[in-house]
Design a protein around this ligand. Structure first.
Ligand code: SF4
Length: 495
């Protein structure tokens, strides 16, 4: 009988989501969808946050890797026995087949230890509490004299002042000691259950359901749903019918939107369903009236924002979305189109300069057309809060904003929207000759990566290439709005 594999912390967390996921993680990891770019970027950011957390509590690192668990535990024992070591990074423990590596184990004066789990998040969620509590349970069982259990997260109130990060302010500590104690009996039972899963020759029978999205979308989703029939009109093409909602329909055996009872859908979803049944675009009678909201000159405006766990722009905080770029196409009454743009090119606080330049372009007249006004309004309001002296000019600009998104959503549907009213889907459907496909930067996330790369490089050529890619992308975002509005005018005239 082969030995039951160990239950590491990450396997425990997989089992906490789904026992089948735990089994796959151990025996068939190749069935998982490869991590996408966004997940890889988050992972890299997590590693950077972890390195800074270790600097906050300097100590000795357990150097033996995950592939040498006994050595790692022996190294941990040696470091714990050395009173000159105040903190141990990546300390390794085992108890009856359950294992964990602790981010930071801090020595207290009374001979007890504090466990510190580091997360690159701003707030504690259940998944983080469970993660730390599992480790605390294991260390207690392994006979380590424990004191407190901490979650070390990013302090969103911190503002980067330039130069070296202030690590005492970048992080904040959340005491999870009481929580860890409360959930310990449940963890003990789960560990027994999960060990049994790992000891079985077959994976447990689990059907996909809403749990596949909690706390994270499971990497085995594609594999677990591969037997679902392929249909021409998947339920996911209905607006707001993805994720957990569509999962309920699939569980009930309904995979095509054509089989959904219309009375269970909202008005927008029914309209979309009717549109696919008719196989033709739908144009509402109120479109022409809605387009009257624009007055010349029309300024088509879009911001790109950067939000990173570790703040890199002076004055910004962890995960604060601050604009680093804007593009503005201005259309006058004679049909002349002009273009202005702005891109921050150093790490100085960009907001005041960026908005001052924008106000010059926006002038005092005409509509400011955006796509998703809540976002742009929010950025203007942030700028007012940070620079009250600009309020007199920024507030009237906010009042001139007209949102193109609800105009599309309420008055037009095209089968090629595939259930989304994002400009990335609306543009190719209504203006097929214009596309993001040729661009080096094709979405907001790639723009953020490009921007951070641009700031990080000292090679002038590479910097210029990144800069051009970013300007091309943001420029197309606003040209897209110009062209979508033109397409809407044509639709209003012909329907
Ligand atoms: S997709 Fe769902 S059912 Fe399949 S392993 Fe993941 S969580 Fe479990």
């Amino acid at each position: 009988m082969p030995e039951t594999p160990t239950l590491s912390k990450s396997r425990y967390m997989a089992g906490w989501q789904c026992p089948l996921k735990l089994w796959y993680e151990c025996f068939c990891p190749d069935l998982a969808q490869p991590a996408d770019e966004a997940s890889l970027a988050r992972r890299q950011e997590g590693d950077e946050v972890g390195a800074l957390a270790r600097q906050r509590f300097p100590g000795a690192l357990v150097t033996a890797g995950w592939d040498r668990p006994s050595e790692a535990r022996e190294e941990t024992r040696r470091l714990m026995a050395d009173p000159s070591v105040n903190a141990i990074h990546e300390a390794a423990f085992e108890f009856e087949g359950a294992t964990a590596r602790v981010d930071i184990l801090r020595r207290n004066d009374d001979g007890t230890w504090d466990l510190i789990e580091v997360k690159s998040v701003g707030e504690a969620e259940d998944v983080h509490r469970r993660d730390a509590s599992f480790q605390r349970w294991l260390l207690g069982k392994a006979g380590i004299p424990m004191s407190r259990t901490w979650l070390m997260v990013l302090n969103k109130a911190y503002r980067y002042q330039g130069g070296a990060l202030d690590l005492t302010q970048l992080f904040r500590m959340i005491d999870l000691s009481a929580c860890a104690e409360r959930v310990a009996p449940g963890i003990e039972q789960e560990v027994v259950r999960f060990r049994a899963v790992l000891g079985a020759s077959d994976g447990p029978k689990v059907s996909p359901s809403s749990h596949c999205y909690e706390p994270y979308e499971c990497a085995y989703l594609q594999h677990c749903t591969a037997h679902w029939p392929k249909v021409d009109h998947p339920v996911e093409w209905l607006p707001s019918y993805g994720g957990k909602t569509s999962m309920k329909a699939h569980q009930a055996g309904t995979h095509s939107m054509m089989d959904l009872p219309p009375e269970r859908l909202n008005a927008l979803q029914r309209r979309v369903l009717d549109c696919y049944k008719a196989q033709s675009p739908w144009v509402g009678s109120g479109l022409a009236k809605a387009l009257e909201a624009f007055t010349f000159p029309i300024h088509f405006l879009d911001f790109e924002t950067v939000s990173s766990a570790i703040p890199r722009l002076v004055g910004s905080g962890p995960y604060e979305a601050i604009p680093f770029q804007w593009s503005c196409h201005t259309l006058d009454e004679q049909g002349r189109l002009t273009h202005h743009e702005y891109l921050v090119d150093d790490t100085s606080y960009p907001r005041e300069k960026l908005f001052t330049a924008l106000l010059e372009v926006l002038g005092e007249a005409g509509t400011i057309c955006v796509y998703y006004a809540a976002f742009e309004r929010g950025k203007f309001k942030d700028a007012i809060r940070e620079h009250p002296h600009l309020a007199e000019r920024l507030q009237p600009a906010i009042d001139r904003i007209v949102d193109l998104h609800p105009i599309v959503k309420e008055h037009v549907y095209h089968p090629a929207f595939y259930g989304s009213f994002s400009i990335k889907w609306v543009l190719p459907a209504l203006v097929p000759e214009l596309s993001y496909k040729e661009l080096a930067v094709q979405d907001g996330m790639a723009a953020v990566r490009g921007f951070l790369d641009m700031l990080g490089t000292t090679d002038p050529e590479a910097r210029e290439a990144k800069r051009k890619d970013l300007l091309d992308y943001c420029g197309l975002d606003t040209l897209a709005m110009v062209k979508v509005r033109e397409a809407l005018i044509r639709l209003a005239q012909t329907h």
